[in-house]
Design a protein around this ligand. Structure first.
Ligand code: AHG
Ligand code: MN
Ligand code: MN
Length: 341
């Protein structure tokens, strides 16, 4: 037994190195990410208690998007707010579960960062004991807002401006997957030590794949290019794509993206012909942008059908968008299907 094998590289060391040597994060962002990771530890703990912690089931409330809130949606939101309010490195937060932004109260010092999150992703999987997660994104306060009260519009920055993004996944293992713009690193929670241990230093998504993830029950609502692509996948070796495809759909974006970061694949929640869902289901600021940043940093590609998601100029905090992401060559293939109309 050596001290090296006992004291493995952890999140703190990774972030200190990023700050000192690579200069990808400021001390403020480093502390912020440590705090988010700490909140995710607490959420993961609550998740794992399940019925024993009284955390399963729904509440009577709905969020701003008209979705029934689960107890864990609200609890996770509160944990993230409380953990991040007092550190002095944030000006405001925004969440899928809150109507509008949450400014740091006057009795705490304010910082120059904005934090956005989907506190509990994959809500429909909570009560059935399937992997769920937390997604987060960090932006800087725009220069023109440094000396005034933060407004919703200050959050409306394209995804390319993210300073950091990541997710925690509460599955068979609890993991944190993070980018600060220098590749994607994965940490596994050592529950005895309470430490996020660096387990993969640089994730890369295989460029090719024959595995797709899409909710097939929506097929009749999809836009035509997506329908044609999936038809071609299903045609197998005799079809135009000339090979067999496999399908996975977990219905937790975190878990589906985690699989793609691990072994490749293509994930699609496309734009939709229904009036209610035209722009897709997933939220640009809390889901699409942070996941697109991770996927691109791992060598993958992420588009809304035609456009790179990270270039989209947001117009509303709770805006929805079509999402097609994953293995580079396969996403490029689907982009070409869109080009053909
Ligand atoms: P959330 O639980 O935060 O509302 O997100 C659920 C999202 C996403 O995680 C997943 O990919 C998708 O909804 C699943 O949607 P369907 O139930 O329509 O398959
Ligand atoms: Mn979600
Ligand atoms: Mn959610």
């Amino acid at each position: 037994l050596t001290s090296e094998s006992v004291l493995k590289k952890n999140l703190t060391q990774y972030l200190v190195e990023q700050q000192r040597q690579k200069k990808t994060v400021t001390a403020d962002v480093r502390l912020l990410l440590e705090t988010v990771a700490r909140a995710c530890k607490a959420i993961g703990h609550a998740v794992s208690k399940g019925a024993l912690g009284g955390v399963l089931g729904s509440l009577d409330s709905e969020n701003v998007q008209g979705e029934v809130q689960k107890k864990l949606d609200v609890l996770s939101n509160e944990i993230l707010l409380e953990a991040n309010e007092w550190g002095g490195n944030l000006a405001a937060m925004a969440s899928e579960e809150m109507d509008t932004l949450h400014r740091i109260p006057d009795y705490y010092p304010k910082g120059e960062n904005l934090l956005l999150f989907d506190p509990l992703d994959g809500s429909s999987n909570i009560d059935v004991n399937v992997s769920i997660g937390t997604i987060f994104s960090v932006l800087s306060v725009p220069p023109e807002a440094r000396d005034r009260v933060i407004e919703e519009q200050d959050f409306l920055q394209p995804g390319v401006r993210q300073v950091a993004a990541g997710y925690a996944i509460y599955g068979p293992q609890t993991m944190l997957v993070l980018t600060v713009g220098d590749g994607v690193a994965a940490f596994t929670l050592d529950k005895e030590m309470g430490s996020w241990v660096l387990t993969t230093e640089r994730i890369t998504i295989p460029e090719d794949t024959s595995e797709f993830a899409i909710n097939m029950s929506n097929m009749r609502h999809w836009e035509a290019p997506v329908k044609r692509y999936i038809d071609d996948c299903l045609a197998g070796p005799e079809g135009p794509l000339g090979k067999n495809y496999n399908m996975r759909w977990i219905a937790s974006m975190v878990a589906d993206v985690h699989r793609i970061l691990t072994r490749g694949g293509i994930f699609m929640y496309p734009r939709d012909a229904r009036a209610s869902g035209r722009k897709g289901k997933l939220r640009l600021m809390y889901e699409a942008n942070p996941m697109s940043f991770l996927v691109e940093q791992a060598g993958g590609m992420s588009i809304d059908g035609t456009q790179r998601i990270l270039d989209v100029q947001p117009t509303e905090l709770h805006q929805r968008i079509g999402v097609i992401l994953g293995s580079r060559n396969e996403v490029e293939r689907v982009r070409q299907y869109h080009e053909q109309g």
